[in-house]
Ligand binder design. Structure first.
Ligand code: AP5
Ligand code: MG
Ligand code: ZN
Length: 213
């Protein structure tokens, strides 16, 4: 099963994608996580991506597309995957479509996690992320067992550089301009499914599994 997660920054794409990956035993592929791990390791790609991410802008398609296509070509993706944060522009969606067509394949579902902008800004300030394993927490809704420490791997939790309120506003603007058109794109293909992302994360997940099962 090949799934795309759509939704504004902070809608809960990552939270839900991790649960989907576990339940259906498929890899969770987040372009944001790939960039953050490159930034942490000081790679050339990381340094280039950081320039855009810190301003809340999209990393150029040329950089992003290649990374994603390399990743989905790996063996562990043969049985499907859940994409989180890709595609984010119409050109990215077209590149993915064409690459899949070449191997006579297609995306099964695009799940749109719907959360209004007002809720997003509140969520971001409370988010804490583990830059080692990609786990995310929220200081009120989903706190880690021990403050500031990742439950999954024991590493330190941080407030992401791009979760500052001014940057969140830019990310929302970029989302509305460049990413939201994908909702229409996948609707036209007949594979769009929208779930209410404002309810408890377990209920969001129940709605998603209701679609996928
Ligand atoms: P990326 O890492 O993809 O960030 P994003 O889309 O802005 O999304 P987030 O990770 O911030 O949010 P999320 O939807 O995953 O929510 P989460 O589950 O964490 O991208 C970062 C940057 O990288 C981009 O700005 C861009 O520069 C670059 N980039 C990445 N991909 C790219 C691409 N394809 N092309 C170009 N550039 C790219 O949840 C948010 C918070 O809410 C958490 O604290 C969580 O615990 C909490 N939460 C989750 N669900 C619920 C719930 N139901 N109720 C209450 N709280 C909840
Ligand atoms: Mg995420
Ligand atoms: Zn961790």
């Amino acid at each position: 099963m090949k799934i795309i997660m759509l939704g504004a920054p902070g809608a809960g794409k990552g939270t839900q994608a991790k649960m989907i990956a576990e339940k259906y035993s498929i890899p969770h592929i987040s372009t944001g996580d790939i960039f953050r791990s490159n930034i942490k390791n000081g790679t050339q790609l990381g340094m280039e991506a950081k320039k855009y991410m810190d301003q809340g802008l999209l990393v150029p398609d040329e950089l992003t597309v290649k990374i994603l296509l390399d990743r989905v070509a790996k063996e562990d993706c043969a049985g499907g995957y859940v994409l989180d944060g890709f595609p984010r522009t119409i050109p990215q969606a077209q590149v993915l479509d064409n690459a899949l067509k070449e191997i006579d394949d297609k995306i099964d579902f695009a799940i749109n996690v719907d959360v209004p902008d007002e809720n997003i800004v509140r969520r971001m300030g409370g988010r804490r992320a583990c830059l080692s394993c990609g786990a995310t927490y929220h200081i009120e809704h989903i706190p880690p067992k021990k403050e500031g420490v990742c439950d999954a791997c024991g590493k330190e939790l941080v407030l992401r550089d791009d979760d500052k309120p001014e940057t969140v506003k830019n990310r929302l603007d970029v989302y509305h301009q460049q990413t939201q058109p994908l909702i229409d794109f996948y609707e036209k293909k007949g594979i769009l499914r929208t779930v209410d992302g404002t309810v408890d994360m377990k209920d969001v997940f129940a709605a998603i599994t209701g679609i996928l099962d």
